[in-house]
Design a protein around this ligand. Sequence first.
Ligand SMILES: [Fe+2]
Length: 271
Amino acid sequence: MTAVQPLALELQPTWSGIGVGGPGSGSEPSGGATALPWRFRLRSRSPRRPCPTARTHAIAEGVFLAALRALGQALEAKDPDTWGHSTRVGALGAAIGSDLGLSEGERADIRLGGELHDVGKIGVPDDLLHKAGPLTPMEYLRVMQHPLIGERILAPLIHHRPAVLQIVRSHHEWFDGRGLPDGLAGEAIPLSARVIAVADAYDAMTSPRPYRASLPLATATRELEDNAGSQFDPDCVRALERALPGVRHPARQALRRPVLPFARAAASSWA
Ligand SMILES: [Fe+2]
């Protein structure tokens, strides 16, 4: 009986694409560039059973995305009260994108961008992120550095998905040009970032915070309507309202329930 050969996950330099060998293979770029780009490669330990290329790439992509999502989870682990926010924003953004007729690839970028949109808050001091009272103008500007910090963190990892980086950078732009960090207006703001801006605001309003209860869903949508054309893209607000009936709200609670008791117990034991 032939033993089943497991797959091995290796980190290897690849030079120009799929199936190209490493150093000494004769396929290195000229000029002595030997280190980049690094990519995950999966190889069967049996040379007679090479991995099918599509499956290999699907597995490697899954590992890569899981590592990226761990970054978003690391941010939310700092604040149990926002647990699940980024995941919900990604899911709601994808639903809005579906209503807008965006392609599967565009929706995948929006989902990932939503999951990572606030990852730059890792670089913002906790006392500012959790300040109970209003922020001073200088504190506000410090907090609003997080889109740029997030873009800087993620750029080396996902430069091949620029739409995701645009979401991270531009999710606090305002439709009328009064947002940050670039003061973009209207359609100069990437559509995916306009979508996530609406999803982000909606989820934040409908989620409880230590200093306030969650707003009723109707109140939150009315707030978005009131700010359509100034802060938000009116088309994206209308798309959210159309998409909401298809969004499964019980899933939101499922995301929150298993984590909070553990996180709160851990926090109290560390205090
Ligand atoms: Fe943000």
